[in-house]
Design a protein around this ligand. Structure first.
Ligand SMILES: [Zn+2]
Length: 318
């Protein structure tokens, strides 16, 4: 008999905690979110999450006993598959045993935790822009640059669950900015939102109210501001170079680009394509297609659900 039980999906990031109840096809029948609390200790954060989960299950009319499992995406780094999480943007959790705590809360059913970027990529492959393709790289450009890699139809974990870290592929070793990883000129160091903002400010861009974001920069670019346009070109070019390298290495069919910056449209994707076509010269590499991610805000939850619904493709942790 086909299992029709729903999955509880969780997405934990530096700006919000989100949770949803997903059907086997990936549709969310209920979801809720709360801003990631600041200035709370580790246990208080856990209670915030626990309350959110109780609330979303109640709104879906689902008892914990009716679930097929719990899938969770969380900001990295993490010890995988053990699920000890130390999200860069959530300082209160350092080696917090998220998978173990969830397993304790929902005793007996499968509980799986993976990197949030990996979950978004799984979602794009399962239900989004990578659907029907077997060799897909997904990139998520926001405050960092994350990614995940599917080859021969399966998510690749690597030795420690970290395969697909496209953000730290080097695109400009000589003149690129220093990276949070300690290196220089990584894709992330060039193209992450805060890096673009500080580059643009160095070029004389002066944002309006409040803290400047890459979205303000993209909006100004869309209005014709030359530094805004140049910043999108800078990010697009870096992405194109990294994608060319990844394509040659992995013989990719499709690369999906998601995250806030992917909303910038042609301003980002035209220079990306130009750099990609400059550097992807071999016949097989010229076939790769780069597309904007198709799933919006829900991708993290859909991908977390995929860890439970489609383990043959998206979970090799145990
Ligand atoms: Zn780096």
């Amino acid at each position: 008999m086909k299992d029709s039980r729903p999955v509880l999906a969780i997405d934990i990031g530096g700006t919000k905690f989100a949770a949803g109840v997903a059907e086997p096809g990936g549709r969310l029948i209920a979801w809720a979110q709360t801003p990631t609390p600041r200035d709370l200790d580790s246990e208080q954060l856990w209670r915030t999450l626990d309350t959110l989960l109780t609330r979303v299950l109640a709104s879906a009319g689902i008892a914990a006993a009716d679930l097929a499992g719990v899938g969770c995406g969380c900001g990295g780094p993490m010890e995988w598959p053990a699920g000890l999480v130390s999200p860069l943007n959530i300082p209160a959790w350092r080696e917090f045993p998220l998978r173990g705590r969830l397993a304790g809360r929902f005793g007996g059913i499968p509980v799986r935790v993976h990197n949030d970027a990996i979950c978004m990529v799984a979602a794009e492959h399962w239900r989004g822009a990578g659907r029907g393709r077997s060799n897909v790289l997904g990139i998520v450009v926001s405050t960092g640059v994350g990614g995940g890699l599917l080859l021969d139809g399966r998510l690749i974990a690597g030795a420690s669950g970290n395969a697909g870290h496209i953000g730290h592929v080097v695109v400009d070793p000589e003149d690129g900015p220093p990276c949070v990883c300690g290196g220089r000129g990584c894709l992330e160091a060039v193209a992450r939102g805060p890096a673009l903002v500080s580059w643009a400010q160095g070029e004389g861009w002066r944002p309006g109210q409040g803290d400047a974001t890459a979205k303000d920069l993209a909006d100004d670019g869309a209005q014709g501001h030359p530094v805004g346009r140049a910043a999108m070109r800078r990010a697009g070019r870096a992405l194109g170079i990294a994608i060319a390298s990844a394509t040659h290495l992995c013989d990719l069919e499709v690369v999906s680009v998601g995250g806030g910056l992917s909303q910038a449209g042609a301003m980002l994707f035209d220079p990306l394509e130009e750099a990609l076509r400059t550097h992807a010269r071999l016949e097989f590499a010229r076939q790769v297609r780069v597309v904007a991610a198709a799933l919006g805000q829900s991708a993290g939850l859909v991908g977390a659900a995929a860890l439970i619904f489609k383990p043959k493709r998206y979970w090799s942790g145990d």
